[in-house]
Design a protein around this ligand. Sequence first.
Ligand SMILES: Cc1ncc(C[n+]2csc(CCOP(=O)(O)OP(=O)(O)O)c2C)c(N)n1
Ligand code: SF4
Ligand SMILES: [Mg+2]
Length: 266
Amino acid sequence: MTRELIPTDRPPEPAGRKVADFRPSLVLGEHSLCPGCGEPVALRILLETLQELDLVRKSIGVVGHGCYGSFVRIMDVEVLQCLHGRAPSCATGIKRMRPDVGVFTLQGDGDMVNEGLQEVIHTAARGENVTCILLNNGVFGDTGGQQTATTVLGQRTKTSIEGRDARQHGHPIAVADVVASLDGVAYVARGAVGTAGSVMRTKKMIRTAFEAQLAGEGFSLVEILTMCPTGWFVGAPQGPDYMAEAMERVYPLGDLRSRPLRRGDD
Ligand SMILES: Cc1ncc(C[n+]2csc(CCOP(=O)(O)OP(=O)(O)O)c2C)c(N)n1
Ligand code: SF4
Ligand SMILES: [Mg+2]
């Protein structure tokens, strides 16, 4: 088959923007995360939201321990890193001392749902006016891909190589659903970063969570499903499909608790 070529009378223009130009302006250097990892995408939409809400110099982040910790030294926002799982308690203290700033946590599933489950539940039940961001990839990525409390049944991990089995390992904990059931909670949602559409919807969720905090409505949580091809034993290009088939079935996307309607909202 012969291909018809489109005639041109001049050499191509150089690209208006190169891939490197798309780095968010609040990221000052290189990170060390794997190709195909979903965490940098989640970080990007979080940072863009801070910029869009004019919160960059009026916010403090509390970061847990996980692969996303690679961003602590290169994110141009105020952050502190606390003990594994303890971010919601540190955020509580900061917000009570500085109610004028936006306070958020950045935690993985191992950090929030294993090491620090009681922290997030109590912080939510107290209705602390902070925003927690959970990056859920179903593994302890940073330490080699071990099973966490959110690993779905049948999922292979370094410590459940035959797949998670409910009789041996118990059932996964859907922490966002638990938190959404508590009084004192203003907004809970679950998004993902596997497709362009889900990235945009998740960014809107992050914005809604911060808006709830700025309006003083109480606790907000956004869970973000993120690809971890390294920990899932799949190639980087297969990450989004694996996530949709294995995780989104168990953790459906969408709002789990909507902000209360206020006068003039509808
Ligand atoms: C008290 C304590 N236990 C264990 C560790 C080791 N550790 C550091 S990062 C990490 C994995 C975190 O996994 P997750 O929160 O899911 O983040 P991910 O790396 O998957 O993004 C663990 C277990 C630690 N630093 N402190
Ligand atoms: S191990 Fe997983 S979570 Fe960690 S950087 Fe690699 S892909 Fe991302
Ligand atoms: Mg994890």
